[in-house]
Design a protein around this ligand. Structure first.
Ligand code: C2G
Length: 131
């Protein structure tokens, strides 16, 4: 069974997120998503999500492409997660191209998938005039 992991905030869930998770599922059998906690967003990504962690988690858990959701609480947890969940592939959008190449040192594949063009949470927020 090929196990895949990815991480993200997934705030104001949109088709770009869905397309990513759909393509991730096509790469393997079991998909784990680390959803960034509100604390991690604030302290490490300097962003406040519109929806709180529990709601963002519930949406991702409901997707047929996702098998397990875990909290993303630190940048460093990826290595422990790869070992804990016996991960084969790490996948993320190519806005992160090269940033996670170091994970190859832990015997896994690292794949960057093309971001879906013309949609982003920040644009949605701007268009809805959300500060
Ligand atoms: N994404 C995409 N296409 C878009 C928007 C987002 O493919 N139009 C992808 C991103 O590349 C990412 C995932 O959807 O792989 C989640 O996006 P974000 O919630 O913005 O995640 P981010 O803030 O980049 O957090 O440790 C990794 C970080 O937690 C990633």
């Amino acid at each position: 069974m090929k196990k895949i992991i990815t991480y993200g905030t997934f705030d104001i869930f949109h088709s770009g997120h869905l397309e990513l998770l759909k393509r991730i599922k096509e790469l393997g059998d079991y998909v784990i998503v680390g959803v960034s906690t509100d604390e991690f967003n604030l302290t490490e990504k300097n962003k406040i999500s519109y929806f709180p962690y529990k709601d963002r988690k519930a949406i991702i858990e409901a997707l047929k492409y996702v098998d397990l959701v875990i909290p993303e609480e630190s940048w460093e947890q990826k290595i422990a997660d790869i070992k804990k969940y016996d991960i084969d592939i790490f996948v993320i959008g190519n806005d992160w191209e090269t940033k996670f190449d170091y994970l190859k040192d832990y015997g896994i594949e690292v794949i960057y998938l093309e971001r879906t063009p013309n949609i982003s949470t920040s644009t949605v927020k701007k268009e809805l005039k959300y500060k």
